[in-house]
Design a protein around this ligand. Structure first.
Ligand code: GDP
Length: 302
């Protein structure tokens, strides 16, 4: 996982850790350096507010620890980033903890990588030996349903689907009923993500949650919001709408392999106060890694 994550983060490594190292090289530890660091962090999509907080903490440590050498700065920044990530970190909910299936609702706008993430999670839980059911509640896109069908066939998971245009909440209900009847360990529910009707979409997600609760009052046990890392700060704005509508328990940050915007991970922790639970670094079944703050900062800085 480690070397794969490191490879997937190549562009962010270059833009963030690489440029931080370049900036401190031979530099004096002064205000001009802090200004350069600020520019680097903002370019890597750490976000303005989070960048200010990080630099404030860095200044404090430099003062408190009497740091004189700018060469110490990358290590200190890595530690502060890690601290921000650890403050909200939480592992993904694990199957096998209760009588019924672990119910995971996967939400996000179209194109974020939602359906792919559902497929990757299905493959992963199957590899771990769990019985998996997938509900195709993104009923507006026939292509998404077919895409899920292929993922499920490859992974050996059961797909519950209806005709395109069916009521998404009804599909979710059917899927949980099937998962319970078949003694499944995990139910993954893919949802729609048409943002142009945002109010309706949020209402639909709430309805889906309510309907699941009729069969299991404790469901959904996890609500994963999928965000496309290549969209940077826009993804954060989007995330606020979803977190207001449904109780998001964690973030899946996809497409980290194609972007230098990996600094978003820190902005998500600091601004949304939500844990990143998984990161996507490619289109294949194996290109999904559970997120770990220590591993992530090491992959970036070492
Ligand atoms: P949805 O509309 O949110 O369901 O998005 P899809 O799952 O259909 O994904 C949209 C596109 O992004 C597809 O071409 C996926 O293969 C691609 N994709 C998803 N996750 C990743 C990732 O982590 N890395 C890369 N490079 N591509 C991804």
């Amino acid at each position: 996982i480690w070397s794969k994550l490191k490879a997937g983060l190549a562009r962010t490594r270059e833009q963030l850790a690489g440029r931080i190292r370049a900036v401190v090289q031979g530099a004096a530890l002064d205000e001009a350096l802090f200004e350069e660091l600020e520019a680097v962090l903002i370019t890597a999509d750490v976000g303005v507010a989070t960048t200010q907080r990080l630099l404030e903490r860095l200044r404090e440590r430099v003062r408190a620890e009497g740091v004189r050498d700018a060469a110490a700065v990358p290590g200190l920044l890595a530690e502060e980033m890690r601290g921000m990530l650890e403050a909200v970190a939480a592992p993904p909910a694990a199957p096998g903890r209760g009588p019924g299936p672990l119910v995971i609702l996967v939400v996000g706008v179209n194109g974020s990588g939602k359906t792919t993430t559902v497929g990757k999670l299905a493959a992963r839980y199957r590899q771990e030996g769990w019985k998996v059911v997938v509900g195709a509640a993104d009923t507006f896109r026939a292509a998404a349903i077919d895409q899920l069908e292929r993922w499920c066939q490859r992974a050996g998971a059961d797909l519950v689907r209806q005709h395109p245009g069916a009521d998404p909440a009804a599909v979710a209900f059917d899927a949980l009923q099937a998962a319970q009847a078949r003694g499944a360990d995990v139910l993954l529910v893919d949802t729609a993500g048409r943002l142009h009707t945002r109010v309706n979409l949020m209402e639909e997600l709430r309805k889906t949650q309510r309907v699941l609760q009729r069969l299991d009052p404790t469901a959904p046990h996890e609500v994963l919001l999928v965000l496309d890392a290549t969209t940077g700060q826009n993804a954060l704005a989007q995330a606020r709408h979803f977190t207001e509508a449904v109780g998001v328990t964690g973030i899946v940050l996809t497409k980290l392999d194609g972007t230098a915007r990996g600094g978003m991970v820190v902005a998500i922790a600091d601004q949304l106060r939500l844990p990143v639970k998984w990161v996507g670094t490619g289109e294949g079944a194996d290109d999904l890694a559970p997120f770990d703050p220590g591993e992530f900062t090491r992959a970036l800085f070492e």
